[in-house]
Design a protein around this ligand. Structure first.
Ligand code: DX5
Ligand code: ZN
Length: 221
């Protein structure tokens, strides 16, 4: 079973609530929310108030991607709810295991995120502490970038590492240029959750509903 995580960063911000309702009705599994602090990534994005309002229009679990320095100091600002997914970058926090444990304390699913250049050995010792791994397939910060091709092999190597170490239940989510063309390759490499932005469901062609249906179908082929 695959999980579709539409990236709110790519939605129409003039009618964000309506966009989320559309995603809800079209069968999205998560709502992916990029939080950026202008330090960890060269951009600023969604803050605590907007996230609170999004929770009012949907019951779909939020998938909060913290692209911020020292996330351990900021998690409390977000009123994280049980059942939500929260990713922190291994590159952003000195005490990664403690930060992941803090996410679990909210009743949320801890996830560890890695930039394309960060080796998989960075997460070997926290695999017991996560529900999933968010592998960046572009350098984070902006929508509309091209796939970093070597990340495809990294998905395969991560799946092998998870299976070899008894972490079969830990899932791999991919983020960045998850296009109709790239997604099946990511799926075959072992990805099961897909952050969908301008490359697929918020693209120029087709409605959100049509594109989610097309995305799911492309994975069956
Ligand atoms: C990363 C973001 C983006 C984006 C995904 O910081 O999560 O990867 O919204 O969408 P596209 O398809 O534009 O890469
Ligand atoms: Zn993201």
């Amino acid at each position: 079973m695959i999980k579709i995580a539409p990236s709110i960063l790519s939605a129409d911000f003039s009618k964000l609530g309506e966009e989320v309702i559309k995603l809800n009705d079209a069968g999205a599994d998560f709502i992916h929310i990029d939080v950026m602090d202008g330090e960890f990534v060269p951009n600023l994005m969604l803050g605590t108030e907007s996230i609170k309002h999004l929770r009012e229009v949907t019951d779909i679990p939020l998938d909060i991607h913290m692209m911020v320095e020292k996330p351990e100091e900021k998690l409390d600002w977000f009123d994280i709810q049980p059942g939500e997914y929260v990713s922190v970058h291994a590159e952003s926090t000195r005490h990664l295991q403690r930060t992941l444990a803090k996410i679990a304390d909210y009743g949320a699913h801890p996830m560890v995120a890695l930039n394309p250049a960060t080796p998989l050995c960075m997460l070997e010792d926290v695999l017991d502490d996560v529900s999933g791994v968010l592998l960046m397939t572009v350098n984070p910060g902006f929508a509309g970038q091209k796939l970093v091709p070597q990340t495809l092999g990294k998905i395969t190597r991560l799946r092998e590492l998870l299976d070899k170490t008894g972490h079969e239940e830990v899932f791999i989510e991919v983020d960045g240029n998850v296009s109709f063309e790239n997604a099946p390759k990511m799926y075959h490499a072992g990805a099961r959750a897909f952050v969908c932005g301008t490359s697929s469901i918020f693209g120029k062609n087709g409605s959100i509903e049509e594109n989610i249906a097309k995305f799911k179908k492309s994975m069956e082929e």
